[in-house]
Design a protein around this ligand. Structure first.
Ligand code: ZN
Length: 190
């Protein structure tokens, strides 16, 4: 009896050490609350899969590390960071307090509408709306990984992050672009 008991203790201790304990619990409990409007089943399935991946990525140690260690011009920072440090940006993501839904509910609250336009605009959102708009010209051809990048980018606008309108190399280091890119690179692994 005693031998059996000590064995099971040893086993659980072993299991404990293999669990990555460095992400905060808010990263593990992070949820997605996404509402879609007038989508086809294929589009809907892609969004649902992207949501799963977003939760997996945010719960990952790699996501935490990539945000905390993000650099621009040799400094640990983002462009257009709203005056926040990398750590503060990480926690702002985990809190999930959108400008228009300001409760720290630890989730991505997002509505997604679709439209078609033969242009190079993947999607857009406006500050007065809880929704984002996705161009089906891109959505229909995107992988779920590419969709995670797009959702994350637009959702970061909902948290209040901005970026330059016109392309510049520094724009890639803004919070919406850089975190969107980090999201997609890790999403591929899930
Ligand atoms: Zn944007």
């Amino acid at each position: 009896m005693i031998k059996l008991l000590s064995f099971s203790f040893a086993l659980s201790a072993l299991t404990m050490t293999s669990v990555k304990a460095s992400v905060p619990s808010l990263a593990v409990t992070f949820d997605t609350n996404v509402v879609t409007f007038a989508m086809s089943n294929l589009q809907e399935d892609k969004i649902v899969l992207a949501e799963e991946k977003i939760r997996d990525v945010i719960a990952s140690e790699e996501f935490r590390t990539k945000i905390l260690n993000h650099t621009y011009n040799g400094k640990k920072t983002f462009v257009d960071n709203g005056g926040l440090t990398n750590t503060e940006i990480y926690y702002k993501i985990l809190y999930g307090a959108e400008k228009l839904q300001p409760a720290k509910d630890n989730e991505m609250d997002l509505g997604i509408k679709v439209y078609y336009e033969n242009s190079n605009v993947v999607g857009y959102t406006t500050t007065g709306s809880k929704n984002i708009n996705m161009n089906t010209k891109y959505l229909n051809n995107y992988t779920s990984n590419q969709v995670t990048r797009n959702m994350m980018h637009e959702w970061l606008h909902k948290l209040g992050f901005k970026h330059a309108v016109n392309y510049s190399t520094s724009r890639d280091y803004s919070v919406p672009y850089a975190v969107g890119s980090i999201m997609e690179k890790i999403a591929i692994k899930f």
